[in-house]
Design a protein around this ligand. Structure first.
Ligand code: PGA
Length: 254
């Protein structure tokens, strides 16, 4: 049984004061929802503040990015050692980082390795662009990204994968549930020959891209989709709580 996981990627939103308010607004209701792992990923400058708000609850904390080196002259960067003392999760290879900040399959691979070495759980993002989708290249692109991300990594234990078609991110045009399921199955089929059938069945796969409380049942109703990586909708407490509530209901009924 894979525990469903809903993560909110706050991106570059909320001041430290607003982050505290948002976390407080979600805390009580989120804590009361069972059977779903709940992860908040606020901006770096708010990690300690949000950590304080959610301490002694079932809500977990994640970062949105990190460097792969443990320390050194990397002005402006945050290391896995620093994060490992603050949070349990880290989003790696988000398409915005790949498109705007020069992340490649190679840096993604180094970051995953660095995270796993320090017992941080990476949420590894993959997904095709609109052009790739329209050219029928989705399978090829996602297969390449998964193989490159995990190259020479011994075990995927604990790793979470997020399938996020780039054309669905922040556009209000979510994928179809069947498509998210088909790509989730593809990801398992790429992982199976590398890490074995058990690992392929155990890895948790989220869908991301314009997920809302209204459309989350379409995704979480799919057998191979284990959760969601939520952007815009996680900045509204009621909406994010709704997504987690629906997930709990759907997966308990499955
Ligand atoms: P969105 O973002 O929910 O706003 O589409 C998802 C993401 O970027 O992870």
């Amino acid at each position: 049984m894979r525990t469903p996981i809903i993560a909110g990627n706050w991106k570059m939103n909320t001041t430290p004061g607003e982050a505290v308010e948002l976390a407080k607004a979600m805390k009580k209701k989120l804590t009361g929802i069972s059977g779903v792992e709940k992860v908040l990923c606020p901006p770096f400058v708010s990690l300690t503040l949000v950590k304080d708000v959610i301490k002694n609850t079932s809500i977990k904390l994640g970062a949105q990015n990190m460097h792969y080196e443990r320390k050194g002259a990397y002005t402006g960067e945050t290391s896995p050692v620093m994060l490992s003392q603050l949070c349990e999760f880290v989003i790696i290879g988000h398409s915005e980082r790949r498109a705007m900040f020069g992340e490649t399959d190679q840096t993604v691979n180094r970051k995953i390795r660095a995270a796993l070495e320090l017992d941080l759980t990476p949420i590894v993002c993959v997904g095709e662009t609109l052009e790739e989708n329209e050219a029928g290249e989705t399978i090829e692109v996602v297969t390449r990204q998964i193989k490159a991300a995990f190259q020479d990594i011994e075990s995927l234990e604990g790793t979470v994968v997020a399938y996020e078609p780039i054309w669905a991110i922040g556009t209000g045009k979510a994928a179809k549930g069947e498509q998210a399921n088909a790509i989730s199955r593809l990801i398992r089929s790429v992982i199976a020959p590398l890490y074995g059938d058990t690992a392929a069945q155990e890895v948790r796969i989220q869908y991301g891209g314009s997920v809302t409380a209204a459309n989350v049942p379409e995704f979480l109703g799919q057998p191979d989709v284990d959760g969601a990586l939520v952007g815009g909708a996680c900045l509204k407490a009621a909406e994010f709580i709704g997504i987690v509530e629906q997930t709990s209901k759907i997966k308990k009924a499955a």
